[in-house]
Design a protein around this ligand. Structure first.
Ligand code: GTP
Ligand code: MG
Length: 219
């Protein structure tokens, strides 16, 4: 049974932070460590890490790259299902970022999908070094049942959560605000105290804000 954590994050919908112009990136210098197919292949469960989760093709790897300021660290692809392992990166001081496989991609064989559901579930429940979840959702689409489960899970164990609505460059400002409000309502419904930020990895919009929250999760 993992211990309960206390979130230091604000309410969903809290005013966006204004650290975009930060000249120093607190997540700078991340490097690839390993890619794991099973939990027991992950680095020892000590120190601290945050994980990136979300539907396949939501933009998890792109968001991770934008946050660490290294455009090609995690592999991205137009084809859903690119990240098929738990890919671990570490900052120079050893704090880790874990890119989880995307869920919900229909073309992934059922056995592999079941495997990842089980591994992600076990990872979230057992990993003591996990300090926060970055949940990435394409701003153009409704949250999936799995996204909602993730929010409920974070609420349940009081794991800090940062929801990034990705690909914000694909919507007008008015559409973006509407989607944001809808997602805020869903977050509140799950009882989750998550930060919510609409970002664009390609345009760099609000990446500095997201980076600050991610860095604060890592402590
Ligand atoms: N326009 C735009 N495209 C984006 C953005 N973020 C990601 N993409 C595109 O979305 C596609 C999927 O991005 P990935 O980062 O590979 O998505 P993922 O969630 O890691 O996908 P899987 O590993 O397959 O689960 C790629 O074609 C990216 O270039 C964004 O902010 N704006
Ligand atoms: Mg990926």
């Amino acid at each position: 049974m993992r211990q309960t954590r206390h979130s230091s994050q604000g309410q969903a919908g809290a005013p966006t932070r204004t650290s975009g112009a930060a000249s120093e990136n607190p997540l700078q210098g991340a490097a690839f460590v390993l890619a794991a197919h099973r939990l027991d292949q992950l680095p020892p469960d000590s120190g601290v890490e945050i994980a990136f989760a979300g539907r396949s093709n939501a933009g998890k790897s792109s968001a991770l790259n934008a946050l660490v300021g290294h455009g090609s660290l995690a592999r991205t692809s137009k084809t859903p299902g690119r990240t098929q392992q738990m890919v671990v990166f570490a900052l120079p001081d050893g704090r880790r970022l874990v890119d989880l496989p995307g869920y919900g991609y229909a073309k992934v064989p059922p056995a592999l999908r079941a495997h990842w559901k089980q591994e992600i579930d076990a990872y979230l429940r057992k990993r003591q070094s996990l300090r926060g979840l970055v949940l990435i959702a394409d701003i153009r689409h409704a949250l999936t049942p799995f996204d909602r489960q993730m929010l409920a899970f974070c609420a349940d164990i009081q794991l800090p959560c940062l929801v990034l609505l990705s690909k914000a460059d694909k919507l007008s400002r008015a559409q973006m605000l509407t989607r944001r409000r809808e997602v805020e309502a869903e977050i509140a419904k799950q009882g989750c105290q998550a930060e919510l930020i609409a970002v664009s990895a390609t345009a760099g919009t609000h990446i500095g804000d997201a980076r600050s929250v991610a860095a604060s999760m890592l402590g």
